[in-house]
Design a protein around this ligand. Sequence first.
Ligand SMILES: [Ca+2]
Ligand SMILES: [Ca+2]
Ligand SMILES: [Ca+2]
Ligand SMILES: [Ca+2]
Length: 290
Amino acid sequence: MPPKMNNIQYFVRCAGILCISAMAIQSMTNAAIVGPFDTFEDGTTGGWIHGLDTSPTFPENVATGGPAGDDDGYLRVTAMGSFGPGSRLLALNRSQWTGDFVSPGVTTILADVRNPSLIQVDLRVAFQGGGDWFVSDEPISLAPMTDWQSVAFPISDADLSALGSGDFLSTMSSVTEMRLLHSPTFTNIGQAIVGEFHVDNLRIVPLADFDQNATVDGADLTTWQGAYGSDGADADLDGDSDGTDFLIWQRQFSPSPAIQAVPEPTSLTAACAAVVALGAFRQRFRHSRN
Ligand SMILES: [Ca+2]
Ligand SMILES: [Ca+2]
Ligand SMILES: [Ca+2]
Ligand SMILES: [Ca+2]
């Protein structure tokens, strides 16, 4: 067990976090979206498509029957086998799930998935960046006709391999296309087969989007402040909300280059960071005197 910090050490850590935050925030003009957090509640496919608009098995949003039951939308991905458009079991995304997966520290993609088809579905993720492809070494296998389950796709260097001679960091820091595909063998192309899989709640981990609105911004810092000591702002899914989760927020608030960016006033957030760090120190100091 690591030794407990005394108040001076804790103050130094808080002050350090505050200084780094203030510097990072002052140099920033945008807050980054490091999701998205695909829940498929908006009636769209969230940018998940087939390569050809003419595909007869284009991915579709189904409005009800997700993991939460009635009125929980999800993404339905189907294939009709044989050859030609619509034959292969995959979905690809070139409008979301693009950009820099390295700077925000993403190690995992979580999802709820279901296999209603008669075949075993072997799910892999694949990423294209700079002309290279990186693909899951090992698929996640879903038995035929099985209900919703939560799965995790690890996407660290050790979990993905290049199809060619690509470099992991350069590919994953500039992703232009992500794929979700079924293939028993190592490839970025879905198998041509009659089959189907369903997806919902697709999200990255760690994720500092504590209020789950698909944006990492000052509001998430406020959530972290209120959740300190509980699990209400747990970016790394280790069951607590602590300084590590704060540092993940800080990194995802200003990844460079950002996956996507929206304008946001900077001064308010800098002030918020100061209040949070000071408040955390005070709370800790008060607690230690009781
Ligand atoms: Ca949903
Ligand atoms: Ca948020
Ligand atoms: Ca945590
Ligand atoms: Ca922790």
